[in-house]
Design a protein around this ligand. Structure first.
Ligand SMILES: *Cc1c(COP(=O)(O)O)cnc(C)c1O
Length: 547
């Protein structure tokens, strides 16, 4: 504990923490009359036990993390995002008005914010032109009041991994804490510095559920370090800093590690592909190789490009004002489709094409019932950008097909317990999409009105549509099994009926084939194409006297 004695604020070593009701009792109990909670369950469905305070030490989650990382729970702190832990670190180690911390710019802005909030000075040590830093340069800036050196690896916004020899030398030489922020380590293909906490007491690792684990909305971060430091951090944090919903979400996500792993692989391969494609664009002067899920590029006209992309509905991050980042934009790696559109638009910019008139054809609909909560954001005259999360992978895939083949920009969010109640979810998505389409088509003036297609792969589907406003479904689709992709086959008919009813479509759908999966794909594809045709604006003014 030699180093930690000098690192931790001395008065905190002996401070008595708040003792919550849930901390004080030990043993087993059935009747909890200690925390003034409502003894009846909450009306909120989804997480049970919401009437009780959450576990202040997040014991169950830590145990799961131990199983994954091999790090014992007395070395772990769970925070309301890793940002909370950053703040705790500064408060646990610094004296306001006296101490300082060191950062290596360009880097994450929160290090400065948490330091300055605590009236702690920030010293910046600029790295070389290649963003590489040396231990010697950093150690030169250290004085007797330096408490923390923040190192971000892979670094935001450069995407570069910290050189491990230099980090090791800093850890060995510094009489202070080295905080290594590994928010993006999952994308790096390396183990990071986590296991070093067993060898050095002055190293602290930060990780998060916000990036690779796709849970930025839950606010869940982890910190790892020496047990004595962890004891102090845990004693100064708010007692119930992580809420029951977030804890349940974290545990639930860890039950599905395979999704996380496959998404990380997909993002890495998208990153490599995007890096290559950006490198081929003439106006891009440099693409920095990245170990994270974003790419830093240096371009000739960063502000103009930024504004052009924005006019096309694409937001990236302008980092050109940061040290050593002249002309730089930071681009998050998106889905295959999003990246394709991004590259297209950057090419258009450098080819001198004017920014397209943003067709403001978007309709947003929200439908909240006791069973489900559905959000649909749709633009029938878009580019096929799909962002679908229904809770059913198969339905997501079908709606993506629809978006792609009808060039519809479609965002769908559905929450509700899809495992228990797929019927309600599917119906409510169809209703919401139908209402949105109806509103988007408005008075139907000047559109084709009719559509007809017959896509033929292994399966054949025939879809005719009249979007004129009357609703009817004729469904002649024969499946071989009762379920397709774990969705009850009958729900697809139900989906199109609810959609037709709410959109004002007359739909006639026939399909047959060998394979149920291909049959339903052909149906969604056919529906997409025929709707596209029907919604097309023609020069003929009005299609029917009724409209
Ligand atoms: C996004 C990010 C985080 C995550 O912070 P949370 O509070 O856990 O969401 C931490 N560090 C860096 C460098 C980041 O870019």
């Amino acid at each position: 504990m030699t180093k930690l004695k000098n690192i931790i604020r001395p008065d905190l070593l002996t401070m008595k923490p708040y003792s919550s009701a849930r901390n004080e009792f030990t043993g087993r109990a059935r009747i909890f009359l200690d925390a003034n909670e409502n003894p009846y369950g909450s009306s909120f469905r989804g997480v049970t036990g919401m009437n009780r305070y959450p576990d202040p030490m997040q014991y169950e989650l830590k145990e799961r993390i131990t199983r994954i990382t091999g790090i014992q729970s007395d070395r772990i702190i769970i925070g309301n995002g890793s940002d909370e832990i950053l703040d705790l670190l500064v408060r646990a180690t610094t004296m306001p008005g006296r101490s300082n911390v060191i950062t290596v710019p360009p880097t994450y802005g929160m290090y400065r914010v948490v330091a300055e909030t605590n009236n702690v000075a920030v010293k910046e040590v600029l790295p070389g032109d290649d963003f590489m830093f040396s231990a010697d340069e950093i150690m030169k800036a250290v004085d007797k009041d330096t408490r923390i050196i923040f190192i971000c690896s892979p670094n935001n916004p450069t995407g570069i991994l910290a050189p491990s020899e230099e980090v090791n030398r800093i850890v060995e030489q510094l009489d202070g804490l080295v905080v290594i922020d590994e928010a993006y380590i999952d994308f790096s293909g390396t183990e990071g510095f986590l296991q070093l906490i067993k060898d050095y007491e002055n190293i602290f690792i930060l990780r998060t559920f916000s990036k690779a684990r796709a849970m930025a909305g839950a606010r869940l971060g982890m910190g790892y370090g020496h047990p004595e430091l962890l004891r102090v951090l845990n004693s100064i944090k708010m007692p119930y800093n992580v809420n029951s919903l977030t804890l349940a979400a974290g545990l639930n996500a860890l039950d599905r590690e395979e999704i996380y792993r496959s998404q990380v692989q997909r993002i890495i391969s998208n990153r490599e592909k995007l890096t290559g494609e950006l490198g081929k664009i003439d106006g891009i002067r440099k693409v920095f190789p990245s170990s994270a899920n974003f790419i830093l590029v240096r371009v000739d006209k960063p502000v103009e490009l930024y504004n052009y992309l924005l006019a096309e509905g694409i937001v990236v991050r302008d980092r050109s004002g940061m040290p050593l980042c002249e002309g730089c934009l930071r681009i998050t790696v998106g889905t295959e489709n999003q990246n394709r559109i991004l590259v297209e638009e950057i090419n258009n910019f450098f080819a001198g094409k004017p920014a397209g008139e943003q067709t403001d054809n978007q309709v947003v609909k929200r439908r909240r019932t006791r069973e489900t909560d559905i959000l649909v954001d749709i633009n029938l005259r878009g580019r096929g950008i799909a962002d679908i999360q229904t809770g059913s992978g198969f339905l997501d895939h079908m709606l993506e097909l629809f978006a792609f083949h009808s060039k519809t920009d479609l965002l769908v969010r559905a929450s509700g317990d899809i495992d228990v109640d797929m019927h309600h979810t599917v119906e409510d998505i169809a209703i919401t999409m139908g209402q949105a389409l109806n509103e988007m088509l408005g008075d139907r003036k000047g559109v084709n009105r009719y559509g007809f297609v017959m896509p033929m792969d292994e399966s054949r589907a025939m879809v005719t549509i009249d979007i004129g406003g009357r609703n009817m479904l004729v469904w002649n689709v024969k499946f071989h099994d009762n379920t397709v992709g774990r969705v009850p086959a009958s729900l697809f008919k139900h989906f199109f009926r609810s959609l037709a009813d709410n959109a004002g479509f007359t739909l006639n759908i026939e399909a047959e084939g060998e394979d149920d999966h291909h049959i339903i794909e052909a149906v969604f594809k056919g529906f997409a194409r025929s709707l596209k045709q029907a919604a097309e604006i023609t020069d003929d003014r009005i299609q029917s006297t009724k409209y």
